[in-house]
Design a protein around this ligand. Structure first.
Ligand code: ADP
Ligand code: MG
Length: 572
């Protein structure tokens, strides 16, 4: 129940910048529909006018003028509502939602991104935006307008004859209520399943497109296209079942309608015969019965569509606002004055078995520490914990004597940066890709950073130089070039602690050597942790730590460690 309340709050929050406009949009549609009722009432009057004993043709002119005025007013309000919705509401609301939901991602923990398809996350954000635009249309042109026109037709039936009014009310209320209940329980759950399956389909599709080269060289395209086909078939199974429900219900409701309508029409003929009903009343009765029927069908449909829209938005909401994914980030800011790092008895597992076990390590401010170990020994996991991508199940991690668990990540990252093992770039220019590390960096700072990362000469050789587009994920650059962009980012920052996770592994010895020299030259005031498998990289470190199966098994100066492990193959 609380969850539903939160969801409703979320829905309203999407209307934050358009509160007044949304009211204008709905209210002017209702007013337009009320004028529609008045219009029908006048038409009924026109039919009855000639039977009045004092009837004059000039009366007809007068009524006709009023009719024209009412039609004009109805149209004006109709357009006010539509223009507000399609121009002013959209203009403010969709950019707001785009920004708002993207910022939600900033509150997600690392697991959120490793556990979900990226396509699924982006389509959730897109769906909310698309569906809210649909919702606005459905509410104004469907739900509110149909509701008003049904109510107004019923009011006129009431002025004609009480029994007709009551019978019609019971008939249509019955049809609408049973339909709404029926659809809520039978139809919407199927639509929810269809939509979830469709989102999985999108995830698999995006993933497959990103991996297309691999799929092609392993001749796996066909297997994938078949599984995509199966997924779509699964989507259709749910949709077809939902449609079958719709047709069955529609048939039953129509039979009830025809029956009641036949009874009422004979009843009204007898009333007309006895002079208890005017011709205008009779014409209006038929008109009202037909228009309520159309309106009630459309009304329930618009209810169903609104239901579908809400189900979709709720699915996205559940993914984006899942409590488990939200890390508690209203913690205080961390102030890091010294780059001391202490891991105290840290044990950590992703799922079943411990990756790090009773891990103890003390690194002092400004120390340069190398870490080596075979692939899978837990080196990157150590970095993941230091950056709070995951929280250890046991033990504590202190930076500058403060338990990082007590502080928010935003302030942590002001003083802690790293070059990851795999560098994925934005589909943008080299310049912009370096600049994300420091959005207010000047042109000269960026040139200087890329010089330190041994990247500048390479960039100068490109046709578009710093404006070269790197392609999605940086696909148009070599692994070593991507790594150097990541290194240039680091040189832009002035962090107290810098971690390199196999950050120069794709470079040739000569370039790697030059960059190592620069790291030592420009980061002499910083704490450096350098994970590497090429031991020669670590020659200038203060000491080297050897990790095996999540434990420190050896530690010492490069002089001692490098010859000892020279024969071990540390290829990642
Ligand atoms: N996100 C994850 N979820 C589950 N297991 C993981 C995850 N990341 C790494 N592992 C596992 O943890 C172990 C240590 O990995 P890692 O720290 O990346 O090793 P490395 O020393 O090569 O950097 C490996 O067995 C790996 O399969
Ligand atoms: Mg690793």
């Amino acid at each position: 129940m609380k969850k539903n309340k939160d969801f409703i709050k979320f829905l309203f929050s999407l209307y934050k910048p358009v509160k007044v406009l949304a009211i204008v949009m709905v209210v002017s549609m209702i007013i337009s529909q009320v004028f529609d009722l008045v219009k029908q009432y006048i038409i009924k009057g026109i039919i009855d006018l000639p039977s009045n004993p004092n009837f004059q043709v000039s009366d007809l002119y007068n009524v006709a003028l009023v009719l024209i005025l009412i039609i004009i007013l109805q149209l004006i309000f109709f357009y006010i509502s539509n223009i507000t919705r399609t121009i002013f509401v959209v203009k403010k609301q969709t950019p707001y939602i785009a920004e708002y939901l993207f910022n939600i991602l900033d509150k997600k923990n690392y697991a959120f991104f490793t556990d979900n398809y990226s396509g699924k996350i982006s389509s959730s954000i897109n769906e909310v935006n698309d569906e809210i635009v649909n919702l606005n249309t459905r509410i104004t042109t469907g739900f509110m307008s149909l509701l008003t026109s049904m109510i107004s037709s019923l009011i006129i039936l009431y002025t004609i004859n009480f029994y007709i009014f009551i019978t019609a009310l019971i008939l249509f209320a019955g049809i609408i209520i049973t339909r709404i209940v029926y659809f809520s329980y039978k139809y919407l759950p199927l639509i929810k399943n269809a939509q979830e399956t469709n989102r999985e389909y999108n995830g698999v599709l995006n993933d497959a497109v990103l991996n297309f080269t691999s799929l092609k060289i392993y001749n796996a395209v066909k297997t994938f296209s078949e599984s995509l086909r199966t997924k779509k078939e699964e989507v259709n199974i749910y949709k077809n079942r939902a449609s079958a429900h719709e047709f069955t219900y529609g048939a039953i409701a129509n039979v009830a309608y025809v029956l009641v309508f036949s009874i009422l029409i004979f009843y009204s003929i007898s009333l007309f015969n006895k002079g208890l009903m005017t011709l205008g009343d009779f014409v209006f009765f038929i008109n009202a019965m037909i228009s309520i029927k159309t309106a009630s069908t459309s009304f329930t449909w618009s209810y169903i569509h609104i239901g579908e829209i809400l189900v979709k938005v709720k699915n996205s909401y559940d993914l984006l606002f899942n409590d488990n994914n939200l890390k508690n980030d209203n913690k205080k800011d961390i102030m890091i004055n010294k780059g001391d790092i202490v891991l105290n008895n840290v044990s950590f597992k992703y799922k079943r078995s411990n990756v790090l076990e009773n891990f103890n390590l003390t690194i002092k401010d400004k120390e340069k520490v190398g870490i080596i170990g075979v692939s899978g020994s837990g080196k990157t996991t150590f970095v993941n914990l230091l950056f709070k991508f995951y929280t250890p199940q046991k033990g504590e991690i202190l930076i500058d004597n403060k338990n990082i668990n007590d502080y928010n990540t935003k302030s942590l990252y002001e003083n802690l940066t790293y070059v990851p093992q795999e560098t994925i770039l934005l589909h943008s220019t080299i310049y912009e890709n370096i600049k994300i590390a420091k959005p207010d960096a000047s042109y000269n700072e960026i040139i200087e950073a890329s010089k330190r990362a041994e990247l500048h000469n390479f960039i100068e050789g490109l046709d578009d130089k710093y404006n070269t587009i790197v392609g999605e994920r940086g696909i148009k650059l070599s692994g070593g070039q991507r790594q150097r962009i990541a290194l240039a980012r680091i040189f832009l920052r002035n962090s107290k602690i810098v971690v390199f996770d196999e950050a120069t592994s794709a470079l040739d010895n000569d370039t790697e050597f030059k960059i190592q020299k620069n790291i030592h030259k420009y980061f002499n005031n910083q704490t450096i942790i350098c994970i590497a498998h090429r031991l020669s990289t670590l020659q200038d470190m203060d000491y080297i730590v050897v990790i095996e199966n999540g434990k420190i098994v050896d530690k010492g100066t490069p002089k001692k460690i490098i010859p000892k492990y020279d024969k071990v193959n540390f290829e990642r």
